[in-house]
Design a protein around this ligand. Sequence first.
Ligand code: PSU
Ligand code: MN
Length: 305
Amino acid sequence: MEKLLQISQEVREALEKGQAVVALESTIITHGMEYPTNVQTALGVEEEIRNKGAIPATIIVTKGILRVGLTQEEIEEIGKNKHQYQKCSRRDLAQIIAQKGYGSTTVAATMMIANMAGIKVFVTGGIGGVHRGAEHTFDISADLVELGQTPVAVVCAGAKSILDIPKTLEYLETQGVPVVGYKTKHFPNFFTPDSGLLCSTFVNSSQEASELIKAQFDILKLKNGILFCVPVPQDQAADGQIVQQAIDKALKEMDEQNVNGALVTPFLLKRVNEITDGMSSKSNVALIRNNARVGAEIAIQLCQK
Ligand code: PSU
Ligand code: MN
């Protein structure tokens, strides 16, 4: 295990001292954004976390080794050579280890590795979910199942409407995952602050968030995760109508081109970015940085005795 899981010295020392550490995923770098936006965003997110006084731990697999905590140079390299990385969810981890391959981790795989490393808080942009038409395709992201079985608090901006949001929320309820609005009762729609649906509960501060995490993991000792949903700041939100049109177009193209399986989410993310001419990418970057600030505050609160 020691050899398989390589935690950077900085992250290891922070964990040993009980300091705040925030996990970050890497599929967003390799399959969610283009170079150089991917690198700028990943570094920007790490900077936000450091500015708050927590330690960022970006997670990836290189040569079959699970890596927790990367240098700026490594993040730059990964972003540049993103095509070298296979998108890795739970089902792909054994394969990538056995083949000593290169894999970027989805929300599901990042939760697993964060949990192995003892990291409780993980920041991302948007989670995977139940896809539209799932009643025919059965396409439900392994992220949702992972949230049902791995005790990590995931901070996100809700889910994109490339997904079926009502079904996604139903699935999370079935999996026993608290869906917690951060200073809102409404489940955010990634690019816009309100999907029109409600979270299962809400908190009004990082302190309240940390109390909820402690109740779930320490008092009840539950094994399932928690989803914190931070709405995109109003002045950074995208034009909902333009994004929705782009999503509808991307979904139509996906059907026409018979895109399926693990390719679905990367295909939709890429097309929505292209169709909105980078407009969606701009609010994407802003909301992830905002999530990073909130996640760092929660992680810091969680370390207070
Ligand atoms: N949604 C986004 N941005 C992303 C992803 C989802 O808005 O980058 C990525 C995350 O890594 C997420 C994964 O875990 O896609 C989900 O893929 P799938 O639907 O194949 O499980
Ligand atoms: Mn899928």
